[in-house]
Design a protein around this ligand. Structure first.
Ligand SMILES: C=C(O[C@@H]1C=C(C(=O)O)C=C[C@H]1O)C(=O)O
Ligand SMILES: [Mg+2]
Length: 462
């Protein structure tokens, strides 16, 4: 640790010496490789930075990012993609970066997300979350395979560059790296309420009628569940539980003010590494079996079920077309395969391509969101339908959440199997694709299973 402290200090000292005094403020970013640190210990150690932390683990757990504090943030109540791109570019233009590690997700990394529909009327539930919010954290821990890196980012003006100031930054950082992780037992669940299930089934029925009348092809409808606990929910412990229980799922958390948006989603929107693009079509759902035979039987049913194949096909067609506009060598298998999770199994088709120069990851996110796995088809009409019919605000549920770095590597997932946590309350979200042959009762059951990943981790039951 002494080595880390002095390396960081020297790097900061050197970078700050080169600061351009004609700039009012400049991003300074220094990175060094460190010994193994438990990412959740780092997250938990950042308790004093409540409302300014994020957590991200890739679905295979090989890659983790933890951000504590804010060096700078880009927020807006507009759609936000373009503004984020512009301000990120400006920030990097004048940045002083010391990062010889060459590892993805180190150095200046931006983490954030976007609302599902910025045109939906604002709601009190999501008052802590702007429609778009991206932060460059003050302290970033990156776990990449078996390697660990720490980055300090600071937006400095020439007046800030005092010895005392960067000594303080390094001290804060080393304190965060020294703590152990402690799993606390989660508070007691005292109430669990599904919001208006009968009204939801009625809307599903109405939606299938619109589809049969030829006005829409597919619409994804969601509903909420509200869980209340005896005391405040511990986010670090919850993340630990989600990681243990939900394999093949990204685990994420983004804190704003008094709220934290948390989830364990299996659905990638896009991953970009060295211009290799990977997107995912995930739609069509069935339960897991209790025995190996039953599980196999259900999986085979899903692979042959027309209603589910139709839900899936809308997604494949749209993602393929979107990816073809910005990639060459696009590869899409002809048939989906099964993607098994703890509580359910999905139809899955990966989409690969090589990104043309000139496109950034945010361009792709903007182009892909919302896919028909979360919105519907045709896209514009289904979003308008959801805006009008769904009696609650999705906020960041079903939206892109993720990270990107200064080399334009990054990854975004779709924030499903998620909950908004504020003190002792969790609002859980769950949705499903409605097509012509959907039955309200069956879709209701499907959304009930999709609540389970968050509900189990919080200590609730069905
Ligand atoms: C909308 C959700 O999931 C989406 C809907 C699915 C479906 O209807 O089969 C499957 C996976 C996701 O694309 C959710 O979990 O909330
Ligand atoms: Mg479905």
């Amino acid at each position: 640790m002494i080595q880390t402290t002095s390396t960081l200090y020297e790097k900061l000292y050197r970078s700050i010496a080169t600061i351009d005094s004609s700039q009012s403020s400049q991003l300074v970013s220094v990175t060094t490789e460190i010994e193994e640190v438990k990412p959740l210990a780092f997250y938990q150690a950042g308790n004093t930075f409540k409302g300014e932390r994020f957590y991200w683990s890739s679905a295979d757990r090989s890659f983790t990012l933890v951000g504590i504090g804010e060096a700078c943030k880009i927020e807006s109540n507009e759609e936000g993609f373009q503004l984020t791109q512009k301000q990120w570019g400006e920030l990097l233009n004048h940045a002083e970066i010391d990062n010889v590690t060459n590892a993805s997700g180190t150095g200046p990394v931006a983490f954030g997300g976007f609302a599902f529909d910025p045109y939906k009327q604002a709601s009190a539930t999501w008052s802590d979350f702007p429609n778009s919010s991206t932060v460059v954290p003050r302290f970033l821990l990156t776990k990449s395979g078996t390697k660990y890196f720490i980055t300090i980012n600071a937006l400095l003006s020439p007046e800030d560059s005092t010895d005392l100031y960067y000594q303080e930054l390094v001290n804060q950082c080393t304190t965060l790296l020294e703590k152990e992780f402690e799993q606390s037992s989660e508070p007691q669940l005292i109430q669990q309420e599904e919001v208006a299930p009968e009204e939801w089934k009625r809307i599903v029925r109405e939606t299938t009628e619109e589809i049969k009348a030829g006005k829409l092809g597919k619409v994804v409808l969601a509903r909420e569940m509200i869980a209340t606990f005896s005391s405040d929910i511990y986010i670090a412990s919850l993340l630990n539980t989600l990681q243990e229980q939900q394999h093949q799922s990204y685990v994420f958390a983004y804190e704003r003010g008094d709220s934290c948006f948390v989830g364990a989603t299996p659905e990638r929107l896009v991953k970009l590494e060295e211009r290799e693009l990977l997107s995912t079509c995930l739609a069509g759902t069935i339960a897991r079996g209790e025995t190996v035979e039953e599980d196999r039987y259900l999986g085979n049913q899903l692979l042959q079920d027309n209603k589910n194949l139709q839900e899936h096909e809308f997604v494949v067609n749209m993602i393929k077309a979107a990816v073809e506009t910005c990639c060459h060598d696009v590869d899409v298998p002809d048939h989906p395969v099964l993607y098994p999770l703890r509580n359910l199994q999905h139809l899955y088709t990966p989409v690969r391509g090589k990104l043309y120069n000139g496109y950034t990851i945010l361009d792709i996110v903007k182009q892909l969101h919302p896919t028909p796995a979360l919105g519907g088809y045709p896209i514009k009409e289904s979003i308008e339908f959801i805006r009008e019919k769904e009696p609650f605000h999705r906020g960041w549920y079903a939206s892109p959440i993720g990270w990107f770095d200064a080399r334009d590597n990054g990854e975004f997932a779709v924030a499903i199997r998620s909950a908004l946590i504020t003190h002792n309350q969790a609002v859980l979200f769950s949705g499903c694709g409605i097509v012509e042959d959907s039955h309200p009762e069956a879709e209701y059951e499907e959304t009930a299973i999709k609540f389970l990943p968050m509900l189990h981790a919080l200590g609730g039951s069905q």
